[in-house]
Design a protein around this ligand. Structure first.
Ligand code: SIN
Length: 505
């Protein structure tokens, strides 16, 4: 089944925009109960291409009343969807996956236009995001219970897993496709109905995903997308946690917002899964293969222009290989091409919005003011547009600088020298976050020791790119809790019910 004419028209419009940059997109409604709906107020907000700063679309600025209707629709839909068999859900989800694959080029263009990632990277994200639906369509048939060994002959004890119910999925702008499919795939496979609130910056990809889900046969109300502008987001976010029909939420985004949502969920004791900010250490030990370490470092750091929760935040390099590593890293970084996301060969697009530009600029200015050396980059690229920033390499950094302790979320690599494994671990673990960590070593005992000692949820050992639908994604400490992807992803959307059968006659 092909895309609806609406979607095809929208994608063509984006392609035209790459040439003429002078039109409005046609995905201009939210998607509730399989209908395109406006906000009752009639208000909309613009979606802006971060590369050109042109408006590429406008979507409804929904308030709590609008969003309540989506939650109600999900509640009605759950009554039937929650009763389907895993095999039935698997069939529908497989069709969704096939439509996603069929339309992968259009999805990648749509995503590049609203989030600014280079087209080749957007294509990679689409493959990654699609794989979540493929994976969870397979997992839907394997949501099993357990038979417990009863301690007495008069009882049989069984555990079954049931869907939570209606779930709210609040997703970020940095992966507009994969962060939705990683949550919605698990939720749908478990038998939940969902209300998705995509980030204000990137609602168009979410709407396209929802349309394709409907085309695949996901029933009305099972997958809804609500849109709202930044000012209304706290109230809508609160409702998505507190509404009596919502059983749980899953959020990916900043730690600050995650804490607010966690508090909101407390009043109704709602289930919550949080995938929050990271601050990944990337350690290079002296025995490591430095060429591989540099390749891994560049892939890890500059993915999505550094705007990735699992991006390396600080490179910790053992003193005897420090200079060599830095020289190699500088050389690779110099070869990175910054530019129009639709142009071939571009590695880094723009930052998502002006507040990100301000944040990255301030982080570099703070480091320089406190004595850091800018080995490469260190400024915006006005010739390309307001949101482009050079790949930047900072040396001589110390704990007084923001770049040393805070998540950078931009194309700024920071290198720190260390002497011993113990020192590296103590720097790596001296943060409140604990999402991912990486290290390069050729010593097997060290690999096991360090992997266990890093206070993170995921570790890349001689590897800079670790994400996959099959693996468990998630953090510890203030990076949140709950796991996405993998069979564990289903756990966030089911609860265990204990059945005790009395056998006395
Ligand atoms: C993220 O930045 O939160 C997601 C990155 C990934 O899934 O690899």
């Amino acid at each position: 089944m092909g895309l609806s004419r609406l979607f095809v028209r929208q994608v063509r419009t984006i392609q035209r925009q790459a040439r003429s940059m002078s039109y409005q997109l046609k995905f201009d409604k939210a998607f509730v109960n399989q209908k395109w709906v406006a906000a009752a107020s009639g208000k909309t907000f613009d979606v802006v291409n971060p590369s050109t700063e042109q408006v590429v679309g406008a979507v409804p600025d929904m308030d709590e009343n609008d969003v309540s209707k989506a939650i109600d629709a999900a509640g009605e839909a759950f009554a039937a969807w929650g009763q389907t068999t895993g095999k039935e859900r698997a069939g529908v989800m497989r069709k969704w996956y096939e439509l996603l694959v069929k339309n992968q080029d259009e999805l990648a263009k749509l995503m590049s236009a609203e989030c600014g990632k280079p087209l080749s990277e957007a294509q990679g994200e689409v493959v990654y995001g699609n794989s979540m639906i493929e994976w969870f369509s397979e997992e839907a048939r394997r949501i099993h219970g357990e038979v417990i060994s009863s301690p007495v002959k008069t009882k049989e004890m069984v555990l079954i897993r049931q869907p939570l119910g209606v779930v709210s999925l609040i997703t970020p702008w940095n992966f507009p496709h994969a962060m939705i499919t990683r949550k919605a795939g698990a939720a749908l496979a478990a038998g939940c109905a969902c209300v998705i609130k995509p980030a204000e910056d990137t609602p168009l990809t979410a709407l396209a995903l929802a349309k394709l889900a409907a085309d695949a046969g996901v029933p009305p109300g099972v997958l809804n997308v609500v849109t709202c502008a930044r000012p209304g987001a706290p109230a809508v976010g609160r409702l998505l946690c507190e509404h009596p029909r919502v059983a749980g939420i899953s959020f990916t985004g900043s730690t600050a917002v995650g804490k607010v949502l966690y508090r909101n969920c407390a009043s109704g004791v709602k289930r919550i899964a949080l995938e929050l900010g990271g601050n990944a250490p990337f350690i290079v030990f002296s025995g490591a293969d430095l060429d591989k370490a540099v390749d891994g470092a560049v892939a890890c750091k500059f993915r999505n222009c550094g705007q990735t929760c699992v991006s390396a935040n600080k490179f910790l390099v053992q003193e005897d290989v420090f200079d060599q590593f830095v020289d190699k890293l500088q050389k690779k970084m110099k070869a990175l091409v910054v530019g129009d996301p639709f142009a071939p060969g571009v590695n880094l697009g723009p930052l998502i919005n002006n507040s990100q530009v301000t944040k990255v600029t301030q982080i570099v200015e703070d480091a320089v003011a406190k004595g850091a050396e800018v080995r490469l980059g260190g400024k915006q690229v006005p010739s390309l547009g307001k949101r482009f920033y050079e790949p930047t390499l900072l040396l001589n950094v110390d704990p007084s600088m923001v770049c040393y302790s805070e998540e950078i979320f931009g194309p700024v690599a920071v290198c720190v020298r260390f002497k011993t494994e113990q020192e590296a671990l103590s720097i790596a673990n001296s943060t409140k976050s604990g999402l991912a960590g990486y290290f390069y070593s050729s010593d097997i005992s060290q690999a096991w020791r360090v992997a266990k000692a890093l206070e993170v949820g995921m570790v890349g050992i001689n590897e800079g790119i670790i994400s996959a639908a099959e693996a468990a994604f998630g953090g510890v400490k203030e990076s949140g809790f709950g796991r996405e992807g993998c069979h564990h992803g289903i756990d966030e959307f089911t609860y265990v019910k204990y059945l005790c059968f009395g056998l006395s006659q």
